[in-house]
Each structure stands twice: as structure tokens, then as C-alpha cells.
Design a protein around this ligand. Structure first.
Ligand code: COS
Length: 380
């Protein structure tokens, strides 16, 4: 797809920002220490990244999905984890409120998260409910004008730095499967809310992940988002857009693998010539470039469908499925092209290999995308 002048300019600005601000030192510090970097987060917020998909009336810039994808792709091309910094508020954090929040909820919560003053995270997964997200066992029991929440959410990205958390809990214990689940805004400072230990992850270090534990947490009924018992559909609708962002991220990671491989293959000499002159190398580079081009088309096409308000569930899952697998294949090839050097931390492909791995796991594994795609193709 040929980008129009507006999107080409935006792409250039995102690229310039990432290449200037995401210094090698910052990238290495994030990967090594795993701590959230507030300075770069606030800078990204100042440039409007955290509010890019949030409507203008709630403090964001109300950009289209294509712009959002270009942003995530360009940030991830330089550093995958820093694309997550810009993503959360636009996707799983702010998305459910944009989709189903009341006017009061939107006015209260969206402006601070769009401006990066507060962080909202999404808590769907549980120790026993990962791919089977409908198997939620966290409960919310009504008590007068309040609900009392109990349960444990797991692998919650950003939980240790969050101000608020969107918690999915069973409100109708008699309802089967994904039915009878509701969504609540939970203030992380409320009595009974705590975070587990920071997970020691393989990649995307610098964006802390932990469990969220809820012990008799009392929230007012004003914190219920969307209709009672109807939270699961909101989660799924949110994940449609979320998966698109993650597909764009995977394209960015894959492109970084290709960029590094081309650079290295031209520099590195063996048998008296650059290794790029050997077809064993140049054909790997060809495959990477071809697959990335295809993945990018799927991402931009799904973004266009969403911008046209058309049904994009299948297209988003196809983009996520294909782009994530491409990112993994490209990371494998990039390390292979670098040989022994690709296996040491001094070279960027070592981190890319680890970062790529998450793209086919979070926001629905590749196998869950296959379930969604085949389910839609074969539905009666
Ligand atoms: N948009 C809106 N509603 C949707 C939807 C979508 N894209 N997909 C499903 N729904 C609705 C269905 O219409 C159905 O509604 P009713 O109960 O009113 O009939 C409900 O959600 C349940 O749908 P379904 O029967 O397909 O749900 P399943 O329990 O079979 O689960 C999968 C479907 C496996 C696809 C879902 O559990 C899933 O996506 N799992 C992965 C979760 C995930 O991505 N986790 C990552 C954590 S967030 S980082």
C-alpha cells in the first residue's frame, strides 16, 4: 500500500523520534535492569504518543488506526519495549473505556491516561484462564451499591506502575463459560489490591509485569464498565484493535532484524568477500524482506478496515498471526546471519530474538488467532 502524504510524514516523524530518543544506552539499560523509565515515558506522552488513538474530546489526538500502526511499527523497529510504552493507553488501557465507558468514566479516566499522567492496565488473564479467557474465576459480588472483588490476575503488563486496572470478574456464577463476566475499573491503591513479584522475563524488559491480587476489594458500582455480565464481548472487541497494534509491533521487530542483517552481511567478510555475496545469506535476506512486505500489507489493510468501521476481527487476527510468525522467523534468520556474534548481547539481534518471541504469545497466541480466523471462516 502506498501511504498518502499525511501518513508518510507521520511515519517519518515517528521514525526520527525513535532513532533520536531511543539511544543505545537507554535500550541496554531497559533490557539489563528491567525497570520502567519514567523520563522516556513522559517524553513520549509530551509528543502525544500516549493519546494517539484516544478521541480529541478526551485529551487525545483521535488519529486513525493507520497512524497508530505506523507509530507502533516505527517505535518497535528501534526498541520493542518502548513501543509498549506508547501502546497501552491507546489499546488495552484506554480501548475498553472508548468502546464501552459511560460519559462520566470517559471524562474522568481518559484525559489523564491520554496525557501520560496516569497508567491504566488490562487484567484479563488468570493462572488458570489464559487462552481460555472465558474461564475467569475472579469474582465480583454485589453488596448494596458496591461490588466486592476477589481473585488473582496474572502476567499483567504494566501492573507494578499502574494507577488503575481494568479487571474482568465473574458476576453471574450460574452463567456458563465466557457469559456472566463484567469489567471493573480498580484503583491500584485500594485496600486489598496488591501486585505479585515482577516477572523475570525473556524479553521486552523495562515494562514490568506482575500478578494483581484482589482480596475483598470494594469498588463502587460506578466502576462497572459497560453492561453487567457483558464484559467478555468488550474484552474481545478491545483485543481486535490490540492485536492489530501487536501485529504492527511484530512488523517493526521483523524490519529491525532485516536492517541489522543487511548491515552486517555487507560488512562481514569470510572466504575473502562480504557474506552478502553468498546466496545462503542473500536468500535469507530475500525471504525476510518478502515476508515483511506481506505482513505489512496485512497490517495496513486491517487498519484501513477498522478506519472504515468495517468488520475487522478476522483481518486483525490474520495480521497478528502472520506478522508475529514472520517476526520470529526473521529473528531466527538474523541471528543465523550474525553467527556467533548474534548470540552475544553486544549485537542488537540477540535482543531482537528474545523480543520477537512475545509477539506470537501475548494478546492471543498464534494458535488462538488461528481459532479466531477459522471460527469466522467456518461459522454457520
Ligand atoms: N467482538 C465482539 N464480541 C466478540 C468477539 C469480538 N471480536 N469475539 C467473541 N465475541 C463475543 C461472542 O459474540 C460471544 O458473545 P455472547 O456470549 O453474547 O454470545 C462471546 O464473546 C463469547 O465468544 P466465544 O464463544 O467465541 O468465546 P470463547 O470462550 O469460545 O473464546 C477465544 C474465544 C478463544 C477466541 C477467546 O477466549 C480468546 O480470544 N482467548 C485468548 C485471550 C487472549 O488473547 N488473552 C491475552 C490476554 S490479554 S494480553
Amino acid at each position: 500500500m502506498i501511504l498518502d502524504a499525511k501518513h508518510t510524514l507521520q511515519q517519518k516523524l515517528f521514525r526520527e523520534f525513535a532513532e533520536t530518543e531511543f539511544t543505545k544506552e537507554l535500550q541496554e539499560k531497559l533490557d539489563l535492569e528491567g525497570e520502567f523509565d519514567w523520563d522516556i515515558f513522559h517524553k513520549m506522552a509530551k509528543y502525544g504518543f500516549t493519546g494517539i488513538k484516544i478521541p480529541k474530546e478526551y485529551g487525545g489526538s483521535g488519529s486513525d488506526y493507520l497512524t497508530y500502526c505506523l507509530m507502533i511499527e516505527e517505535l518497535a523497529r528501534v526498541d520493542c519495549v518502548l513501543s509498549v510504552y506508547a501502546n497501552t493507553s491507546n489499546s488495552l488501557g484506554g480501548g475498553p473505556l472508548v468502546i464501552a465507558g459511560s460519559e462520566e468514566q470517559k471524562a474522568k479516566y481518559l484525559p489523564p491516561i491520554a496525557k501520560g499522567e496516569k497508567i491504566m492496565v488490562f487484567a484479563l488473564t488468570e493462572p488458570g484462564a489464559g487462552s481460555d479467557a472465558g474461564g475467569t474465576t475472579t469474582t465480583a459480588v454485589q453488596d448494596g451499591d458496591d461490588f466486592i472483588l476477589n481473585g488473582r490476575k496474572t502476567f499483567i503488563s504494566g501492573a507494578p506502575v499502574a494507577d488503575w486496572c481494568l479487571v474482568f470478574a465473574k458476576t453471574d456464577p450460574t452463567a456458563k463459560g465466557s457469559r456472566g463476566i463484567s469489567m471493573f475499573i480498580v484503583d491500584m491503591k485500594l485496600p486489598g489490591v496488591s501486585c505479585g513479584a515482577h516477572e523475570n522475563k525473556m524479553g521486552i524488559n523495562g515494562y514490568p509485569t506482575s500478578d494483581v491480587i484482589l482480596e475483598d476489594v470494594r469498588v463502587s458500582k460506578d466502576c462497572l464498565v459497560g453492561p453487567l455480565h457483558k464484559g467478555f464481548s468488550i474484552a474481545m472487541k478491545t483485543l481486535d484493535g490490540g492485536r492489530l497494534g501487536m501485529a504492527a509491533q511484530a512488523v517493526g521487530v521483523a524490519q529491525a532484524c532485516l536492517d541489522e542483517s543487511i548491515k552486517y552481511a555487507k560488512e562481514r567478510k569470510q572466504f575473502g568477500k562480504p557474506i552478502a555475496d553468498f546466496q545462503g545469506i542473500s536468500f535469507m535476506i530475500t525471504d525476510m524482506a518478502t515476508e515483511i512486505a506481506a505482513a505489512r500489507e496485512l497490517v495496513y489493510n486491517a487498519a484501513n478496515l477498522k478506519d472504515a468501521n468495517m468488520d475487522a476481527t478476522t483481518a486483525c487476527s490474520m495480521a497478528k498471526y502472520f506478522a508475529a510468525e514472520v517476526a520470529n522467523r526473521c529473528a531466527y534468520k538474523a541471528v543465523q546471519i550474525h553467527g556467533g556474534y548474534g548470540y552475544i548481547k553486544e549485537y542488537k539481534v540477540e535482543r531482537l530474538y528474545r523480543d520477537a518471541r512475545i509477539t506470537s504469545i501475548y494478546e492471543g497466541t498464534s494458535q488462538i488467532q488461528q481459532v479466531v480466523i477459522s471460527g469466522n471462516l467456518l461459522k454457520k
